[in-house]
Each structure stands twice: as C-alpha cells, then as structure tokens.
Design a protein around this ligand. Structure first.
Ligand SMILES: *Cc1c(COP(=O)(O)O)cnc(C)c1O
Length: 338
C-alpha cells in the first residue's frame, strides 16, 4: 500500500495530479510538495510494524512517492546512526548532544536520500535522461542511482569543485560538464540543455521528490529517539531541502499520530561567505536575495540563491528557531573539534 495522492504548490496551494513529471508550479513557479492520504495511512501503518523493517529509508515507503516497489532504487540509503556525542557536548556546553552521521550514506552524503527518491520516481514515470546542477554530492548520488536504473545522467558542476567529485560522477557513467561559475550558473547551463534535449531537471526543489527522500531524516530522528523529537535541530543549510523536508516529516508524523505537536527549534547554519538565508531571516524577509561573490570551503553550502528560500524561512520562524553564519576559519576549527 502507498498513500501518495497528489502534488500541492508550497506557495499558491494549487493541486496537481502526480501521474506525470512536474518541475515547478505551472502557475506561480514555486516548489511543489507531495501530499499523502494521512488519514488512511494512520489506519494502515503502525510504528511497531515500521520498527521491524529493513534499516534503510524505504522502511517509510507508504509515505514516499514511489507507488510500485519494482521502481524503488535502493543502495542502502538512510537509517544512519545517531551518535551520542558526550565529550563534544561537554566541550560546547550542551548536556545532550547527538550527531547524525549522514556521511555513511551511499556516495558519502545525505544527497543519496533525495536522489534515491527522485530518481526512483523518474524511473517509475518512464523518464530516460536526468540532469542536475551540483556542488558535488548531489551529482555523485544522482549518477549512482541513474546507473542502477540504467538511465542517462548529465551533471553540471563548477569547474573548481574538488576532483574526486568529478571523478566519482564519471566513474558512475555520468556525462560531466564543468562550468566557469557557481551552482546557480550550472543551473542555468543545465536548464538550457534540458529544454534542448528533453532531459528531466532534478535541481533541488525544482522537482517535488528529492525533498521526500530527505524528509526521511525527520522520520528517523523521531524513530531513533523513541518517537520523540529533540529540543533543537542544527542543520547546515544550502538549498534548504533537508531542513524543509524534516519540517514536513514532523507535520506528517503528527497527523499519523506518531508524535505529539511538540517541535524542535530549527537552526540554519551557513558560511559567512555565503549566507543568504541568515541575512533574510534576520531582516524579517519572506524571500532571500541572491548572495553576491559566494565563497566558502563548505562546498555543499555554496548556494547563493535557492528556489525554496521561503519554505526554509517559514520553518525557522514557525519553530521559533534561528539562523547563524559562521566564518570559514571557525568551520575548520569546529570540524577538527568534532
Ligand atoms: C547539500 C549539502 C548540504 C546542504 O543541504 P540542503 O538540504 O541543500 O540545504 C549540506 N552539507 C552537505 C555535505 C551537502 O552535501
């Protein structure tokens, strides 16, 4: 059984049927979100049953958009460990600190979750060629799942990304185009070829399913804490899909009767060299202005403009959270401390 019913625009609430491929809302150009029949799911799925399943993100398949299990592309993504970091917690003055190790996902990052879901759904919809602009991790993940399905993969990366990211995509059979610019420039180049060659654009939040994979972080955090949520979640934010995904998961789980209405405060962390969400949050804006001259060693956070900015800002405010910019030197110190 699967309870995916339709898509809904995150801005104008337009509803769309999910039997064909969509990118942004055809009316207002904002991200589309997957919706489920949660009333029916509540009756059909229990937390105890979930607990008995294989430890990957597809244990939540009723709340994921792939209808037919044959199209599920799984490399073991998700259900990553949640480490109690006691010593680090003492060091930073936090009595109960946990670190979710997303680096253990296939291809080495949590991008695997989003792309497992999105490539699977594209596969189910009969799409043959995929395109993605990426700072590195998303490209590797898309290439892996495309290879698993035998689909064509086209990856657009800034030419200054570290070579291992480029080699990973090539080794997995993707065609890589290096762009003299940032991820936003890669997005533009990718979009031109999408039109010309009829590929499907998997840019984050420009299609509705990567967020569905990433939301499983929220389901897992709840499950791993015995169906309770922590007081605060600190999230390194680029496009913001992971943060918006977790926030969406909490709403779904409450409607499923799996958690209470208590929510964590959500905290966005960006590099001071590229902090559009932090700036917009503190200025009280609904949307973030594109960041000029984005520069940071945190490749995954070098996202000067994001189509889901308003969803990130909304989640931060609804959760009474905040947004913090950290200079690269402090990022390096903290990485070493961790
Ligand atoms: C993509 C990425 C991020 C940012 O994630 P978003 O959900 O796009 O905000 C953070 N860290 C790493 C390592 C990444 O690959």
């Amino acid at each position: 059984m699967n309870f995916f019913t339709h898509l809904e625009c995150g801005m104008c609430a337009k509803e769309l049927p999910a039997d064909k491929a969509w990118n942004l809302c055809p009316d207002c150009g904002k991200p589309l979100l997957a919706r489920y029949d949660l009333k029916a799911a509540k009756k059909a799925v229990s937390r105890t049953e979930i607990a008995s399943r294989v430890p990957d993100m597809w244990r939540y398949f009723e709340l994921l958009p792939v209808l037919d299990a044959r199209y599920r592309l799984c490399l073991g993504e998700g259900y990553t460990p949640l480490h109690a970091a006691h010593r680090l917690g003492r060091e930073v003055g936090c009595s109960q600190l946990f670190v979710k190790d997303e680096g253990l996902n296939p291809t080495g990052s949590f991008k695997a979750r989003g792309l497992s879901a999105a490539v699977s759904k594209a596969y189910e919809l009969g799409i043959k060629a995929l395109s993605i602009p990426t700072a590195g991790n998303a490209g590797g993940a898309m290439s892996a799942y495309a290879a698993l399905a035998g689909m064509e993969a086209f990856v657009f990366m800034p030419k200054d990304v570290p070579p291992p990211f480029i080699n990973e995509c090539k080794a997995l059979g993707a065609k890589v185009t290096l762009i003299d610019g940032l991820i936003t420039d890669c997005g533009k180049a990718a979009a031109r070829e999408v039109k010309e060659y009829g590929r499907f654009d998997l840019s984050t939040l420009k299609e509705p399913y990567r967020i569905e994979g990433k939301k499983t972080m929220g389901y897992e955090v709840a499950e791993q804490f015995g169906w309770a949520l922590p007081d605060v979640i600190i999230y390194p934010t680029g496009g913001g899909t992971g943060l918006v995904g977790m926030w969406k998961a909490f709403d779904e789980m409450e409607q499923l009767g799996w958690i209470s209405s208590k929510r964590p405060r959500m905290v966005t962390v960006q590099s001071a060299g590229c902090a559009p969400m932090v700036k917009a949050f503190h200025e009280g804006k609904e949307f973030a202005e594109p960041w000029q001259d984005a520069k940071t060693i945190a490749d995954g956070l070098r996202v000067p403009a994001a189509v889901g900015d308003f969803l990130v800002l909304r989640a931060l405010r609804e959760s009474s959270g905040t947004a913090v910019a950290v200079p690269d030197e402090e990022i390096m110190e903290a990485t070493n401390l961790l």
